[in-house]
Each structure stands twice: as structure tokens, then as C-alpha cells.
Design a protein around this ligand. Sequence first.
Ligand code: NAD
Ligand code: UDP
Length: 346
Amino acid sequence: MDIAVTETILVTGGAGYIGSHACVALLIAGFEVVVLDNFSNSHPLALERVQKITGRTLVFQQGDLRDHTMLDQLFHAHRISAVMHFAVLKAVGESCSNPLAYYDNNVVGTIHLLQVMQAHAVQRLIFSSSATVYRPSAVMPLDENAALGATNPYGQTKQMIEQMLMDCCASAPWQVALLRYFNPVGAHESGLIGEDPAGIPNNLLPYVAQVAAGVREVLPVFGNDYNTPDGTGVRDFIHVQDLVAGHLAALRLLLTKDKQQAFCRPYNLGTGNGYSVLEMVQAFERISGKSVRYRIMPRRDGDVAACWANAQRAQQELSWVAEKNLDAMLADSWRWQSNNPQGYRS
Ligand code: NAD
Ligand code: UDP
């Protein structure tokens, strides 16, 4: 079924890494987009670039999810059909040292969002969840029925929000997709938008890219004594463009659902393939033509040896499958990094 192109989607955290790519995909697909972001982990230039890539304009509101009055006014001012909710704090280590900031921003922020949505009878939501909600397991791949058990405050906030959304659906007809991302990497092929971590990157790929670009000297490889083929951690890396295509597929599903019927379902968004840290380093060197110095370090607290997705549910129910291979992920990541050595501040 075709979706009317006049639907307006609120994108919380739309200036961030994944949110900015989602805005591009929504605008190209013909949706109207309203972005809410407080720039706590992003830059206004990202939204200018989104408009440059698409040749379309979006509405932008600078503000915090916990500003209930502002949120209410935003929903009064725009006829919003559905929300894509990306706006959280996401640094695992920081969540361990400052858990209250994470519960406040992520859980309290989401409660305000859900309250205002409910007050305006907007009950379609796509939530950015994460594979971190799963209990660490030696059995791979993970499907959506795998046991939950986040191991750090950031992951707990994701699990709590999932639970809140399931409880909302049990009490009223919400339509919700819980999208559990594996490891998003890559950038838009224009090289205009991409991941722009503040300070030392927590995630592997931005760190590798910064070493290749000469911004950082040496990559710490956290452990080479795991029970994996080369001893380093294995993850399911997925191109951010594939990831946002999964959001569009979920949005289309929600928009066709009966508004009187509750729907809340988790979907894994991954490729189903795992690559090790050293495989990523070697592939990045090949793609970029640069060397990536690394040093083996002790294991990082909380890391699992290997994690990859069974994404069959998304394939069957959303007609979505990740299409871009590792070379495309790394080439796009490198284009973004080399065009913007200091991210949006370049
Ligand atoms: P990001 O930090 O780049 O984007 C989040 C955006 O939300 C930022 O622009 C930030 O300024 C904004 N924001 C945060 N708190 C806010 C608040 N209270 N009010 C208004 N704006 C606020 O992160 P990302 O990598 O784009 O991640 C997007 C979502 O995907 C997050 O929910 C994250 O937990 C989830 N996720 C990300 C990854 C990953 O590896 N990037 C993996 C799994 C899940
Ligand atoms: N990793 C690493 N060095 C880094 C960052 C990450 O060796 O500077 C490893 C990490 O131990 C894990 C893999 O890369 O095995 C993916 O880590 P990332 O933080 O990107 O994702 P997540 O831990 O969320 O899966």
C-alpha cells in the first residue's frame, strides 16, 4: 500500500549520527520531517547537510525531550503521524560512571515524549533499541526471543524503555517497532554526513578511521584471547544506510496498521555476518590505502566475545534485508572521515 506523502514524522535526535541519515531517507521518500534535538552530541551543520543532500527543507526545533511544554507546543504546531525516537545518551562507559544522567535523559526523556504523544493521540513510534538489551550469550546468532539482560546502565535504559512501550501497548492501541541495532557503521555516500564522536571514540570504526586519517596514533584492540578465530571480538557491522532503510520499512508497516489495534514488536537489524576487530582493521587498510597501527590491550569490561544477529524476522515481516557489504561500509566511512577529519568542526 502506498503511504500518502503528506505524513509528517517527528525525528528526535535527528541531528545525530543515525538520526541525520534517517532524515535523509525520510525526505527522499517524500515525508515531511520535524527534528527535535538539543545538540548535546551533535552539530547543527548535520541538518544543513541533510537539506543539501536531499534538496528539501525540514523543520527544526532545538530543545530537550524533558521540556514538556516545548514538546506539547511542537505537537500542537505540527500534525505528526509518527515518531522516530533516536534521542538518548549512548556512551556505555559514561553510563557506568554517571548512571543517573542516563536514566534521566533516556528514560525520563522518553516518558515525557510518550506522555505528550498520548495527549495528542499520536501513538506510532519507532524506537532505537540495541543488541545490548540481550543477555550475554555464547549461542549465536541472536534472534528476538533470546533472553534479555542488559549489563550496563545505558543498556538498562534501552531495556526499560522497551518494557514501558510494551506496557503502553497493553493498555492502549499504540503501534510500536522496537528496532534492535547491531553495530551501525558507514556514512552517506556523499561524504557529507557521518558519525562525529566527541572526544575519544568509544566505538571501533570511528577509532580505526581516525587512526587511518592520522588524527589518532594507535588503535587499542581490546583483547586477542577470546574464543574467536583470531582471538579478537566479533561483531555484526551494518551500514547505516541499510539501518535507516529498516526504519522506513518499519514506518510503512506501522502506518498501515489499524489505529485501534495495539502492536509492539522487536526486530533485529543486522546483517547476520560477524567480522573480527582485526578483520576490520585489515579491510580498512585495504579500502583506505592507509596503515592502521594497533596495540593489543586487555579486554574491555563488559565486552562479549562475539555477537551477531538472526535478522529473519525483519526480512519476513518488514521485507527488509541489509544489502551493503563490508567494503561499502568501510569506503563510505573513509570518505566521510577523509573529507571531514575533525567531523563537523572541520
Ligand atoms: P547520537 O548521539 O549521534 O544521536 C543522538 C542525538 O540525540 C544527538 O543529536 C543528541 O544531541 C540528541 N539528544 C540526546 N538527548 C537528547 C534530549 N534529551 N533531547 C533532545 N535531543 C537529545 O547517537 P546515534 O549513534 O545516532 O544513536 C541514535 C540512537 O540509536 C540512540 O538511541 C542509540 O542508543 C541507538 N543505537 C546506536 C548505536 C550506535 O552504535 N550508534 C547502536 C545501537 C543503538
Ligand atoms: N574495540 C576495540 N578497540 C576500540 C573500540 C572497540 O578493540 O577502540 C572492540 C571491542 O572490544 C569490540 C568491538 O571492537 O570487540 C566492537 O566494539 P564497539 O564499541 O564498536 O561496539 P559494541 O561493543 O557495542 O559491540
